[in-house]
Ligand binder design. Structure first.
Ligand SMILES: [Zn+2]
Length: 143
């Protein structure tokens, strides 16, 4: 058995890294009309980023902003266009990328749904599953 993922705490006997699992999920997404340019893509990538702060080299501020953006999107307070603008603003402000070795805002044990749970998706269930993942990340983050 391989070591658990140091970021999200995933225990899995598979040989894929979590980053490779995200790529697999995005292949499923590619089969869903409109998903890659809409909120489903944001949900998948933001959930992955929040749960993989070190791998993705994100600052605490960027991770906290991703949780806030997930919550705003789920509640219908923002559109995908608003989120893209927000991301560009953060990128310009230089608040997104941390130096390697930065700690994690959230402990790996916190998460009750991870990338492998989302990988059960088919093109027919993809939107529902990544939306459920987003809701769970927000709920786990504020606990
Ligand atoms: Zn992981």
């Amino acid at each position: 058995m391989s070591a658990p993922c140091p970021d999200c705490g995933l225990h899995d006997e598979g040989t894929l890294t979590c980053r490779e699992r995200l790529n697999s999920l995005l292949f499923i997404e590619a089969e869903v009309p409109g998903a890659a340019r809409g909120l489903p893509h944001f949900y998948a990538v933001a959930c992955f980023n929040v749960q993989h702060q070190r791998t993705m080299k994100l600052t605490d501020a960027a991770v906290q902003q991703a949780v806030t953006s997930l919550d705003d999107a789920l509640a219908g307070r923002v559109t995908i266009q608003d989120l893209l603008r927000r991301g560009r603003h953060l990128s310009r402000a230089g608040t997104l990328t941390a130096v390697p070795g930065t700690g994690t805002l959230f402990a790996p044990e916190r998460w009750s749904m991870r990338i492998t749970d989302a990988l059960g998706a088919t093109p027919a269930t993809y939107v529902d599953i990544v939306t459920a993942w987003a809701r769970q990340v927000v709920a786990d983050a504020v606990d």
